[in-house]
Design a protein around this ligand. Structure first.
Ligand code: URA
Length: 240
């Protein structure tokens, strides 16, 4: 592959901008300064650097973010800060997008990728990918609620949900719960609790499919998925 194409593909600028980087001698391939954009490189074997920093060539990027409140799950917005605004340039150049949406006031696991096929699989209603949420509810959550969720509840628009698995972690004037659902209707968790006369006062997603939120990530932090996590998401045995 031509070096100028590789750099442009990675988002280091237009062909013209990349030409400038080369002309200024910022790019090295295996330790040699390369100024000619036509130079052929093997992105997987050659060591390409920009100002001494290694440029990693990959087609897909898979990021796990611990989404904070106050940012929206979109790629761009005129007024609001988006999850993409929280990414470093070296990651945003891959043009990842959030896989599904978390509300502005919801925290927790958000997957960002540019792998459209994986995103489609995870979001497809046919796949029933389970998503687990931790929530704080404004009142006591009861065994009756567990049963109601097990049977599915009717939302404000008349839609009857698929069964949800509700676990009460702590019951009291405020209750801590965990809810696993296999659908992704708009505001689903909040609306399921509204259906039983209760209000979600805090919501955090803790898992999606086999992928668990890495609790060592602070709010707003993110990291790349490990190979094993990517395989888990793709439903493959990493050892195969
Ligand atoms: N359910 C909600 O109500 N909000 C979210 O952000 C995710 C699931």
């Amino acid at each position: 592959m031509r070096i100028d194409k590789m750099l442009a593909n990675l988002g280091y600028g237009s062909r013209k901008e990349v030409k400038q980087l080369l002309k200024k001698g910022y790019i090295q391939v295996n330790g040699n300064v390369i100024k000619d954009g036509k130079e052929q490189v093997n992105p997987t074997h050659d060591r390409v650097t920009l100002n001494g920093e290694v440029i990693e060539y990959k087609e897909y990027i898979y990021l796990m973010m611990n989404k904070p409140q106050g940012v929206i799950s979109a790629t761009e917005d005129e007024y609001e800060q988006t999850v993409i605004d929280l990414l470093q340039m070296e990651d945003s150049v891959f043009s990842p997008f959030p896989v599904g949406r978390l509300d502005k006031d919801t925290e927790g696991l958000l997957l960002l990728t540019n792998d459209g096929q994986l995103a489609h699989q995870l979001l497809s209603p046919k796949k029933h990918v389970p998503k687990t949420y931790f929530a704080v509810i404004d009142q006591e959550v009861t065994e009756g609620d567990i049963e109601a969720f097990q049977n599915g509840v009717t939302l404000d628009d008349g839609y009857h949900t698929k069964p949800g698995i509700l676990k009460i972690l702590k019951s009291g004037i405020y209750s801590d719960i965990e809810l696993t659902i296999t659908e992704g209707k708009f505001h689903q968790v909040k609306r399921m609790f509204e259906a039983v006369g209760k209000k979600v006062v805090y919501l955090k997603r803790v898992s999606m499919g086999q992928l668990q939120l890495d609790e060592s990530l602070d709010l707003g932090e993110y990291r790349e998925l490990t190979e094993e996590e990517i395989s888990l998401l793709k439903n493959m045995n990493p050892k195969e």
